[in-house]
Design a protein around this ligand. Structure first.
Ligand code: FES
Length: 274
């Protein structure tokens, strides 16, 4: 069995000096439930986002200027007319390149290297280990000290890019207050787009790297009252980072789904101001 192989290699919890326990774990509770739910939730989002990113349809509502965050910024001439809020930086793209190709890889890297998501997929996907006091199947552990996991240390740079993308999404949400015949308009889509942007900011600002950027490396908080205040606020949000990680996955999917329904004509947007 795997256990025997690992145990013969004498590494990790099977190393010399560790109590030899034949069972994989002595836990009797449902320790597998959390990693199972996590992997299901992550897989659902990844499948949905991949399908939508490559879909190339129903991402822009020209009447109300709703743009799904999955296609923002849309900077190629392949983008629907009016959806390129920042102009055309590229010509037509082949169909296998998502129109949101500029931001999507960085958003993926931002989430992949996020401290919370690491915990989530190290446990649920990589079983390293699957839960507290449950031995992992891997014989070796090199941590985040070499490739590929050393890339995790670049998280703060992906954070900087995520801030730029959040600014872009905010701009999109503001541009979406657009009436059918021009001028100001307001509908249910606006509430969804704005709520999503607010949650995205909360997730981004609650980032552990952001906490370190604002208040890290200070020897005396008293000498830096402004940074100390910002750090205190970020720290408060930071305690909710896991919840925000999940809420924003949901809000991103809901926002995209709503834009898709309206853009495809499946649903009519509920308008408060035309
Ligand atoms: Fe999660 Fe930075 S730690 S986004």
């Amino acid at each position: 069995t795997t256990q025997r192989t690992v145990s013969e290699s004498g590494a990790g919890v099977f190393g010399r000096g560790r109590a030899s326990i034949p069972d994989r774990t002595l836990r009797t509770d449902n320790w597998w439930l959390q990693p199972t739910l996590t992997v299901l939730g992550l897989a659902a989002f990844v499948i949905y986002a991949t399908v939508r990113a490559f879909w190339r349809g129903a991402y822009w509502v020209s009447d109300y200027h709703y743009l799904t965050p999955f296609y923002s910024p849309c900077v190629s001439t392949s983008c629907a007319e009016g959806s390129s809020h920042f102009g055309h930086w590229f010509g037509a793209l082949p169909s296998w390149i998502p129109l949101g190709f500029l931001a999507l890889p960085f958003l993926l890297l931002f989430r992949l290297t996020c401290y919370y998501y690491r915990k989530a997929y190290y446990r649920s996907v990589w079983f390293s280990p699957p839960a507290c006091a449950v031995a992992e199947p891997h014989a070796k552990y090199t941590g985040e000290t070499r490739l590929p996991l050393i890339i995790q240390n670049a998280h703060r740079y992906f954070f900087y890019i995520a801030v730029i993308v959040s600014l872009i999404n905010t701009y999109d949400a503001i541009m979406a207050f657009h009436g059918k015949n021009g001028g100001f308009g307001f509908g249910l889509g606006n509430i969804i787009l704005v709520a999503n942007v607010v949650l995205l900011w909360a997730y981004t600002v609650s980032c552990h790297s952001c906490r370190h950027i604002t208040g890290g490396r200070l020897k005396h908080f008293s000498a830096h009252p402004v940074r100390y205040w910002i750090w205190t606020q970020v720290s408060k949000l930071n305690t909710r980072h896991m919840q925000l990680a999940w809420t924003t996955l949901a809000s991103l999917a809901i926002t995209d789904f709503y834009v898709m329904l309206v853009a495809s004509g499946t649903l009519t947007d509920l308008r408060f101001v035309h």
